[in-house]
Design a protein around this ligand. Structure first.
Ligand SMILES: C[S@@+](CC[C@H](N)C(=O)[O-])C[C@H]1O[C@@H](n2cnc3c(N)ncnc32)[C@H](O)[C@@H]1O
Length: 255
């Protein structure tokens, strides 16, 4: 397969959504964070930050998502809220996706591709317990440390390949979140060329995602709910993966 040019990439993105390529070039104006509910409450954290000179804004429709200007991103890591693990810096898209999983207090949640663990932390604040799976050793141990520092005691961690989890845990979980590894366009630095992105890569990820989504679905209890998420716009890694599951399992329904 020939190496793709920036023009190929642009053309493809514009087919998916006409404004996408331009949007990728936009500079970030804000960063977002959540309160660590294992240690504190949003009100306490906001008061603390305000005393230290910050003016966080709450994101509409969310009890626990706040934004600050991007210029304060570095400085906030010195704040007492950050160093005491009271806040967690996380993209809004990640917060929204994790909050979309309808978790009940008694639920057991499987996070099938979990590191660095930001979404597992959200699940752990609502569920009875969470099982977080991550095959990459380095990322796995960093995730474990993250959970410990945040005081999340109801997360069990597994250094395993998510594709095979269903074999040892068939129909175990009330809820499953699959935040699949993907070709993610946001890693592309357009001025440096397409070092990361290629159609070949997209197809490689799609194959892995199909194996992972089967494992996620087979691990889910009858009547359970799961979310499949990626951080790419590629239809091969999104709609096509969901179609694949729906074709294979007549008992799977799209919500
Ligand atoms: C998008 S990241 C997950 C981000 C995480 N959910 C969060 O919000 O903090 C995808 C993760 O999947 C992991 N991964 C790669 N192959 C996997 C596999 N076969 N099974 C499970 N996880 C895998 C990667 O190492 C990476 O940590």
């Amino acid at each position: 397969m020939a190496k793709p040019s920036l023009e190929d990439f642009k053309e493809r993105l514009e087919l998916i959504q006409p404004k996408l390529f331009e949007a990728l070039k936009e500079k970030k104006r804000f960063f977002s964070f959540r309160t660590n509910l294992h240690k504190t409450t949003p009100n306490e954290v906001i008061s603390l930050l305000e005393r230290e000179g910050y003016s966080p804004k709450k994101v509409d429709g969310f009890e626990n998502a706040f934004i600050l200007p991007i210029e304060e991103r570095k400085k906030i890591t010195k704040s007492s809220a950050y160093t005491s693990e009271l806040i967690y810096i996380q993209n809004l898209s990640s917060i929204f996706a994790a909050e979309a999983l309808d978790i009940q207090k008694e639920d057991w949640v499987l996070d099938l591709a979990a590191a660095p663990g930001g979404k597992s932390l959200i699940f752990s604040e609502k569920a009875q317990k969470v099982s977080a799976v991550e095959p990459n050793k380095e990322r796995f141990f960093r995730m474990k440390r993250n959970f410990k520092q945040k005081g999340a005691k109801n997360i069990q961690t597994y250094n395993k390949d998510g594709r095979f989890v269903y074999k040892s845990c068939p129909m175990w979980f009330d809820k499953v979140f699959l935040d699949a590894p993907c070709s993610s366009e946001v890693h592309i630095e357009l001025d440096k060329g397409l070092t990361w992105w290629s159609l070949r890569r997209i197809h490689k990820f799609a194959k892995l995602q199909k194996e992972l989504i089967i494992s996620a679905f087979e691990s889910l209890k009858s009547g359970g709910e799961m979310i499949y998420a990626t951080c790419t716009f590629a239809p091969e890694e999104n709609e096509a993966v969901i179609d694949f599951l729906l074709q294979k399992y007549p008992n799977a329904t799209l919500l």
